[in-house]
Design a protein around this ligand. Structure first.
Ligand code: G3H
Ligand code: 13P
Ligand code: ZN
Length: 284
């Protein structure tokens, strides 16, 4: 089927109280793994292209591969721009066929974030493309921030209420204690803050940096209104460890398909487990 808008997937998730997995699409094998896992679980999925993925694979390759994947399955699939920070790139992605975009203005002053998010809404709405906004700073685990530094970057609930009122996005990415990449220790999520943000905005909430967050914490966040859960690092880990093992087992192997194939299979298993955890199995 054709690509589906994220707000349509989130509306159903909202009604039924589950979250949709948003998996980073970095190459053909990972795209195929996401589709296979979604088919095996009969679950809707979001494929998202990060800045790194776009510069690695190229926008047209990503769009082309995801469109082919969607056209050849009965599973609802959305194609989403992850952490778009540039208005021009948002336009390019919409023109290229993305069904959803994120405008990440989290590094901008609040009013500037609202202004550009509205510009994005203005061009996305008429063509049925969904828009995710971000408020608060979701850093990387490599940023070496202390707990108090991290808390200073958390989403302020009152600001979130104001943001949602001034820039009526379809979903909101929040900073509540997660970070991108591999965690050094166990991340501690601020559930009270999540609950307040949710009640003040009424928006479907997006959890970034979800790889490595304990399953119970992910489930609790979903029970409090998280409707889109972003996973990248865990897929990278599963994929690369399986390739590493394949190379160690057969150091003389020169057929890349014999190395990439096991990576793809490991990614399928990982993504299936995440889909089950998010409660979206059987919801396609
Ligand atoms: O949100 C960040 C992604 O997980 C990774 O981004 O592909 O640009 O390194 P990247
Ligand atoms: P992880 O790589 O930590 O899973 O984060 C993914 C993400 O938030 C993409 O936007
Ligand atoms: Zn992210």
């Amino acid at each position: 089927m054709a690509l589906v808008a994220v707000h349509e997937l989130l509306a159903k998730a909202e009604q039924k109280g589950y979250a949709v997995g948003a998996f980073n699409a970095n190459n053909m094998e990972i795209i195929q793994a996401i589709v296979k896992a979604a088919e095996l679980e009969n679950a809707p999925v979001i494929m998202q292209a990060s800045q790194g993925a776009i510069s690695y694979a190229g926008l047209h390759y990503i769009t082309g591969m995801v469109k082919i994947a969607a056209e050849n399955t009965a599973i609802p699939i959305a194609l989403h721009l992850d952490h778009g920070t540039d208005f021009e790139q948002v336009v390019k992605c919409i023109r290229s066929g993305f069904s959803s975009v994120m405008f990440d203005g989290s590094k901008l002053p609040l009013e500037e974030n609202i202004k550009i998010t509205n510009k994005v809404l203005e061009i996305a709405r008429p063509v049925g493309v969904s828009v995710e906004g971000e408020l608060g700073k979701i850093g990387g685990t490599e940023d070496h921030v202390t707990v108090s530094d991290q808390e200073a970057m958390f989403t302020d609930p009152e600001e979130a209420r104001y943001f949602a009122e001034k820039a009526p996005v379809d979903s909101l990415a929040v900073a509540i204690g997660t970070a991108h990449g591999q965690y050094k220790g166990e991340p501690k999520l601020d559930f009270a803050r999540l609950e307040t943000i949710r009640s003040l905005t009424g928006l479907p909430i997006v959890l970034h940096g979800s790889s490595g967050v304990p399953d119970e914490a992910v489930s609790r966040a979903i029970s409090l209104g998280v409707r889109k859960v972003n996973i990248d690092t865990n897929i990278r880990e599963a994929f690369v460890w399986a390739m590493r093992k394949a190379m160690q087992d057969k150091p003389e192997e020169i057929d890349p398909r014999k190395i990439l194939g096991p990576g793809r299979e490991a990614a399928v298993e990982l993504i299936r487990e995440k889909i089950k955890l998010f409660g979206s199995s059987g919801q396609a």
